[in-house]
Design a protein around this ligand. Sequence first.
Ligand code: HAM
Length: 457
Amino acid sequence: MKKARGTQDFLPVDIVKWEYVENYFKNICQRFGFKEIRTPIFENTSLFKRGIGESTDVVSKEMYSAFNSREYYKFIQDKNLHTSSPDEVMKLFLSDKNRLTLKPEGTAPVVRAFVENKMYADAQPTKLFYNTPCMRHERPQAGRFRQFHQLGIEMFGADSPASDAEIIALAYTFLSEIGISNVEIRINSVGCSKCREKYNKLLIEYLETKKQNMCSTCLERLEKNPMRTLDCKNENCQENISDAPLMLDNLCEQCMEHMESVKNHLNIIKLPYIVDPMIVRGLDYYTKTAFEIVHNGLGAQNALCGGGRYNGLVEQIGGPEISGVGFGLGMERLMIALDVEGVKLPEPKRLDLYVVAVDESCATMATKIVHLIRQMGYSVDRDFLDKSVKAQMKYANKINAKYTMVVGQDEIDNDKYIVKNMDTGDEYTLSFKDIYNKDIYNMDEDIKNIIADIFES
Ligand code: HAM
């Protein structure tokens, strides 16, 4: 059997690296005053439709919506949809209130949790961070998966441009401190509902004159979300609309002031950024600041981090009028970027001690010793397959154990155990003072100290 397309297994050797990066992010978030939140892996489909926007690629094409086939056929039966097209049936089925969807991104669930748990009643701002798997049915390619992981933050209740800059500063601090240098921060403003409405009219007027040279996706976007045409990766389309009016030149006074102030805050802490009027983002909830951090070694999928302000979203999800700003950063892309930049990540920790039991009659003593030394906080393992002493030593070598200890009848009779350092060959003699009749939970302190001295040496 093979894994599903667009998914990945993470093996122990990967996990140590992932944990290191995840903990790094956690520490930076805590340094900036953010607290962790975890939300369910699935949510009601309506949350994403309402939050992200029905016309976005994520909602209209990429969501994994869960149902069981019995439910589906019952739906067809109840609604008498036998003669409708499969696409039509699926659309109706998914529009049903009770559908569930695997989360395609982290923001909408965090906003839902913020509203549902009345976190808006606490002292504001609320500063949250998360680390979550996300699922999108996209065409897999380098840096693009169907299950991927986002490290993200969301800040609620702060309107000030300083908070937008704070979010960008957190992402940049994390990336540069962990060792990523080849990045570019691109910022833009997508305006507010007032200036966007005016701008959309202007843009549609312009796009109508360019229709004959547009790709089918752009034609669709022209109808549903004209600003997204600026984001088309098709070279012909880019050329076709190269002199399109830009949101940045059509901001209302308030949005313009906001943008200038965000830039000032970034300037004051010397964060390098460029203003890129083509950053429009693929999710509908953004207002004012939108930004991406791209990495130049990532190929086509070069967006490492994306985010911005979303002032109407909390209300949209049923909460009070309260603003939000945040970002999502893809773990898979970050791991590729770290690799491209040659950043050394930790290797799995070595086992402190491998206990070799000579034969069956020594097995219980081995159990006791293993348990005792584990109690002291060291990593210890032993054989469970009745291997010969030689095979056990070979195994200890293979797993790169730091120390070995042989437990045979002679060792037990004389209460003398040899602990061998596998790197240097140095040997230490250990005596437990009759461990057989002793309670390992109340071992003499001096024995514990001797054990600690060996393993800390
Ligand atoms: P997004 O730009 O859709 O924004 O995703 C954020 C990041 O997730 C991307 O920059 C990328 O690194 C990663 N990503 C997205 N799709 C994939 C994929 N198929 N495979 C691998 N990595 C992927 C959001 O999701 C917003 N919720 C960000 C946000 C938070 N805005 C405000 N707060």
